[in-house]
Design a protein around this ligand. Structure first.
Ligand code: SF4
Length: 467
């Protein structure tokens, strides 16, 4: 038998890319590839790109410059290296990538990963292979699933893509162009994948999709199931202690999702619900298809269903035409809601999107200044939320040993890292922790039951946090 070939994947961006990278690893494992952390040792390097951040494609080309040097170094030793570009930049740029970076052998869009083995063979034969179609076949059914040992090695928390693509066409966003129209996986396929993960030690499942609560996959009864119904079904799988989902669109929050939060103890009371702006004028220019009032009403429905629910959000600062008044409305919305966490970014145009054509831009200085103000407000809310945990008992799902010897780290329901001194036996368990202190964004505490404790937790100020 031939020795295995080595594969190095560098993944950028969102959780969907993390999931896709794992499926690519699993698919190429069938072709006798094993993963390596070192690009220079790899027979195949895949750059799994993201188009969301500013200058995304420029960053890919500069990374490809580094890969060209690694490829040349291997060639000097008589060894080959194939280079593939995957992800949203591959989809958006297609053949242009090979034109600008002839070192690239394969360009593969997110809908075509199931064809990676054939694309590599084609590149071997013809020199290059490019595939960025949106095929009719179900890529999820064709992509390989991880082997049990691989699932165990990846830890107790896993992502499962349930939905891909978006039909909303927000004017700033490239997703509808790079990931295509909304597509939901069938319920049975998701349940099978979730059961296999749970059977091999996964305790927490995060359902992911660009617009996850637009999920409408075909159920075993032949009807389209909404996300809430899918969550109810997943809640019956033994071993799954926690369920989450991301990212949601405010417009697609339906009664089934609210009911799931009301009825399912395993569904975590933490919802990422991007609003992007607190100004109706800007929301309309963004084509978000909801108003501030709609958003507030949705938050209210969640809160009525589950009192301990908390929210995070995304904000874009300096969208074309945003006035100081519009921005003040965003600050007012943040004040009104009180987030546990949030991500905020300066607007940057994506080529090909309608917003990129708007001439009325916000100056760089105004954007910088607004971003600082917004982030200060969000930071103060996040700190207050974290401080409120001190002195309380919270359930923590323990994930791994921390860098500090003797410490184990896990996450609360709100994804706050929590550190305790304990034995590694607790990894994979949900246990109550008495929170005693805070260091940066991490909670420090002691196991409420002494069974697994390892001495007393050092004082907060003397603990150096790994994560
Ligand atoms: S809903 Fe989300 S993914 Fe869809 S276009 Fe808007 S920002 Fe992009």
């Amino acid at each position: 038998m031939k020795p295995p070939r080595k594969l190095h994947i560098k993944s950028y961006g969102c959780q969907m890319n993390v999931y896709d990278a794992q499926r690519m690893v699993d698919t190429l494992a069938r072709e006798n590839f094993v993963e390596t952390d070192r690009a220079e040792d790899a027979d195949l390097v895949i750059l799994n790109t993201c188009h969301i951040r500013e200058k995304a494609s420029e960053k890919v080309y500069s990374e490809l410059g580094r890969m060209r040097l690694a490829k040349q170094a291997r060639a000097r030793d008589g060894r080959n290296m194939r280079i593939a570009v995957a992800g949203c930049v591959a989809q958006a740029e297609g053949e242009e990538i090979v034109r600008r970076a002839p070192v690239v052998d394969v360009v593969v869009g997110p809908q075509n990963y199931q064809n990676l083995p054939q694309l590599l063979a084609r590149a071997e034969r013809d020199g290059k292979a490019i595939e960025t179609e949106f095929p009719a076949e179900d890529k999820f059914a064709l992509l390989a699933q991880p082997r049990p040992a691989q699932i165990r090695a990846r830890g107790i928390s896993a992502f499962v893509t349930v939905q891909e693509g978006c039909d909303k066409f927000c004017t700033f966003c490239v997703v509808p162009y790079t990931r295509g129209a909304e597509l939901s996986r069938p319920v049975v396929q998701i349940i099978d994948e979730a059961k296999r993960l749970a059977d091999n030690g996964v305790r927490e499942l995060t359902l992911i999709g660009q617009n996850v609560n637009a999920y409408h996959g075909e159920g075993p009864d032949g009807r389209n199931w909404p996300l809430g119904k899918l969550l109810h079904r997943l809640g019956e799988i033994p071993g799954l202690a926690r369920l989450r989902y991301s990212t949601s669109h405010p417009r697609d929050v339906d009664d089934s999702l609210i009911a799931a939060h009301r009825d399912l103890p395993t569904l975590m009371p933490f919802v990422h619900l991007p609003v992007q702006s607190g100004s109706d004028r800007i929301l309309s220019a963004m084509n978000r298809k909801h108003t501030v009032g709609d958003y507030l009403a949705t938050i209210d429905r969640f809160r009525k269903a589950r009192q301990d629910i908390a929210f995070s959000s995304d904000f874009i600062v300096g969208f074309p035409g945003e006035s100081e008044q519009d921005f003040s409305a965003t600050l007012a919305l943040v004040m009104q809601i009180g987030y546990a966490a949030a991500y905020s970014f300066k607007y940057s145009p994506r080529p090909g999107t309608p917003a990129a054509e708007i001439e009325e831009t916000v100056s760089a200085a105004d954007m910088d200044e607004r971003l600082v103000r917004l982030q200060q407000l969000i930071d103060s809310q996040q700190s207050a939320f974290n401080r409120a945990a001190i002195g309380t008992r919270v359930d923590v799902l323990f994930e791994r040993a921390a860098r500090n010897p003797g410490q184990i780290v896990g996450r609360t329901a709100y994804l706050q890292p929590a550190h305790v001194m304990a034995s590694p036996e607790i990894i994979g368990q949900v246990l109550p922790v008495k929170i005693e202190g805070l260091k940066r964004y991490s909670l420090l505490g002691q196991l409420a039951s002494s069974e697994f404790s390892r001495g007393n937790q050092p004082a907060a100020s003397s603990v150096s946090i790994g994560a």
